[in-house]
Write a protein that binds this ligand. Sequence first.
Ligand code: TXA
Ligand code: MG
Length: 338
Amino acid sequence: METKILKDNQIQEAASILKEGGLVAFPTETVYGLGAMATNESAVKKVYQAKGRPSDNPLIVHIDSINDLTPFVENISSTSQKLMNYFWPGPLTMIFKIKEGTLSKSVTGGLDTCAFRMPDKQMTRELIRLSGPLVGPSANTSGKPSPTTAEHVYHDVHGRIEAILDGGASSVGVESTVVDLSDESQVVILRPGKISRSDLEKVVDIPVVYDKHLVGESEIPKAPGMKYKHYAPDVPVVIVKRPEDFAQAISYYHGKHIALLASQEIINQCGKHVAGAYVLSQKRDVEAAANQLFAGLRALDDSKYDVILAEGYSSESGIGTAYMNRLQKSAGKHYFEC
Ligand code: TXA
Ligand code: MG
């Protein structure tokens, strides 16, 4: 099939395709999602096929208003209400216990819960208003970096979906923070994102904790998707922990075709000794770097390179936690340390 690229004046056409059971990738502030109507089981099944995604990995349902939750969610706690009021629309995904039988097993992966998110992108909310709630896993081939432009989506899944709604480059660049609210005594972060632990702590009056797998190596993640190989280009990625270690890392890989994924400052210092580079940010800036991380991993995933040396940041706070979580997965936790 021919994959159409639709612009912001063609939202109606995108909605018609979805209502007929087709697949349309849509932009969000985090990354592009691969959309199908959440209540159309055969359309949802096609999403897994188009991505090559394991079928036990549940999907996020994207909604346009809090009322969209009513058919599916039994009970909204006061903590959930506060989080929704404060962070929606925005890059926060919340997991709720659902009314039995209201969403198919393909959406929930057989769990009695479902993840919901209200994206902060006008054209996408209009699309959802016209079509109804949409499932939307990141619109990449399973295992590859998430797409932050319509071109990335086209590269990965063209010929397998009906259309891509082009909304330009994503403003955040890493996927939403996923929180589990099923235990009313605490908020559990299953996947770090732009909304950090301290952002959440400012809004709720119960403890905010990380899921055990984000802390301990051997724990099994509660978000099924976090256990799979992810964000990995074919070219091996090595994280360089500190900016001052780049020179030594480059001499260690002497004779190899090195690509740098780093700030302009580092590229200016070391760029003449390498085969290629992608600028993550001008000065060292983790928010700008997070925005460009997936685009950079894709741009440098080229057989002319033997290794990608990528700039590390502190994972202690803010979007640094999300940046390092994604980068560590893409590198299989491979570090260069002096
Ligand atoms: O920013 C985002 O969240 C993007 C955009 C398109 O909205 N979507 C996205 O979806 O990243 P996906 O499917 O690539 O990642 C969803 C993550 C997976 O790790 C999945 O296992 C987890 O959320 N998840 C979904 N439903 C869950 C549930 N009921 N319980 C636990 N984890 C769940
Ligand atoms: Mg994904």
